[in-house]
Design a protein around this ligand. Structure first.
Ligand code: FES
Length: 96
């Protein structure tokens, strides 16, 4: 095993899990679209991969999706919709 410091300034985990109709999931709550939108903004602003927007495959809170978890801010957003992308970008992907 090799151990080193986290190589990212911030990580934004967006749950995109698709349970194929077996259970309520973030995949049914536009998780993939929210992930793509945030990832594109991070790339457009030149923040990726210093600030990494990553897909998560179930954060264990499926009924509250879409779930977005941010480190090191230690913040968990539930019931995120595509309308929230602008707020999330302003909050976590600001280059000011
Ligand atoms: S499917 Fe997103 S938290 Fe489980």
């Amino acid at each position: 095993m090799k151990t080193e410091a986290v190589p990212f300034e911030k990580q934004i985990f967006v749950c995109t899990n698709d349970m194929k109709g077996e259970k309520v999931c973030c995949g049914d709550q536009n998780g993939p679209a929210i992930f793509r939108a945030l990832r594109n903004i991070a790339k457009q602003r030149g923040l990726h991969p210093r600030i990494r927007v990553a897909q998560a495959t179930c954060l264990g809170y499926c009924g509250q999706g879409c779930n977005v978890m941010v480190y090191p801010d230690n913040v968990w957003h539930t019931q995120v919709t595509e309308e929230d992308v602008e707020f999330l970008a302003k909050t976590y992907l600001s280059i000011d």
